[in-house]
Design a protein around this ligand. Structure first.
Ligand code: CAA
Length: 258
């Protein structure tokens, strides 16, 4: 495993675990962290032994947003030329399922990072928000788009326009968070979910992620067409034969990711 300064990388069986590691700055997402996170996720995506990835922060903060210290004196040209889009693209291009384990603050770019993941698991003390407006800017890593899709226009406007935070319970009620767990069990639960995904037939899990994502990137008819094609294509896999045979024979399937 490669080593980085701003993220820690470990494996737990077939699960890749990435821990954001700038605790003194509440895991503020500076350019180095975003690049290292992209590299870490891309490395797990390329590793056949890994079936899913968990991204977590610290106890107090998942991530408190883009690094305000880094941005404060930047001009339009600085921000435009430094564009972190390419680094984020590496995360968005990950074909394996990404689970965000959120405790404490997930604000600004931190909330946006969680929303770039496929499943958000939150500790009961988690707080989500897009406070950019209070700094004279707006979300810049996809927040307005993904939040609106996740929680609808009313709450997205409320959060983006006022900069207020929502607690974990509200985030779960609103559909942003998949599961709420006690803080002390957060990492364990997130790894259990990722481990469960990693134990399932790989061609199917990657296809499923692609198909659900198509719901957000295409009209319904186009998404449904892509889904149908993937569904049909899975009948070309050995794991489909094995999964269905095992069900009928009332035994455990032996998946080979083929
Ligand atoms: N950037 C840089 N440093 C940050 C930071 C950030 N986003 N968030 C926290 N820190 C630093 C603080 O400056 C402080 O550093 P020092 O010890 O050197 O003073 C340290 O982390 C601890 O923070 P606080 O003392 O503020 O801790 P707190 O418990 O009182 O408050 C908090 C926690 C509510 C998260 C508060 O730190 C906060 O409001 N942070 C900023 C949140 C924010 O506005 N995020 C949006 C950033 S803009 C963005 O993300 C743009 C985008 O979409 C691309």
């Amino acid at each position: 495993t490669p080593s980085f300064e701003t993220v820690l990388v470990e494996t737990r069986g077939a699960v890749g675990l990435v821990t954001l590691n700038r605790p003194k700055a509440m895991n503020a997402l500076n350019a180095q962290l975003v690049r290292e996170l992209g590299d870490a996720v891309a490395a797990f995506d390329a590793d056949d032994a890994i079936g899913a990835v968990v991204i977590r922060g610290g106890e107090k903060a998942f991530a408190a947003g883009a690094d305000i210290r880094e941005m404060a004196e930047q001009s339009f040209s600085d921000v435009y030329l430094a564009d972190l889009g390419a680094a984020w693209r590496r995360l968005l291009d990950c074909r394996k399922p990404l689970v965000a384990a959120v405790s404490g603050y997930a604000l600004g770019g931190g909330c946006e990072l969680a929303m770039m993941c496929d499943i958000i698991i939150a500790a009961e003390d988690a707080r989500f928000g897009q406070p950019e407006i209070t700094l004279g800017i707006i979300p810049g890593f996809g927040g307005t788009q993904r939040l609106a899709r996740a929680v609808g226009k009313a709450k997205a406007m409320d959060l983006v326009l006022t900069g207020r935070m929502m607690d974990a319970q509200e985030a779960e009620r609103s559909g942003l968070v998949a599961r709420l767990v006690p803080a002390e069990r957060l990492t364990e639960e997130a790894i259990a979910i990722a481990d469960r995904i990693a134990s399932l037939p790989r061609v199917a899990t990657l296809s499923a992620k692609e198909a659900v994502n198509a719901a957000f990137e295409s009209p319904l008819s186009e998404g449904a067409r892509a889904e149908r094609r993937s569904f049909q294509a899975l009948f070309a896999t050995e794991d489909q034969k094995e999964g269905m045979a095992a069900f009928l024979e009332k035994r455990k399937p032996q998946f080979r990711n083929r």
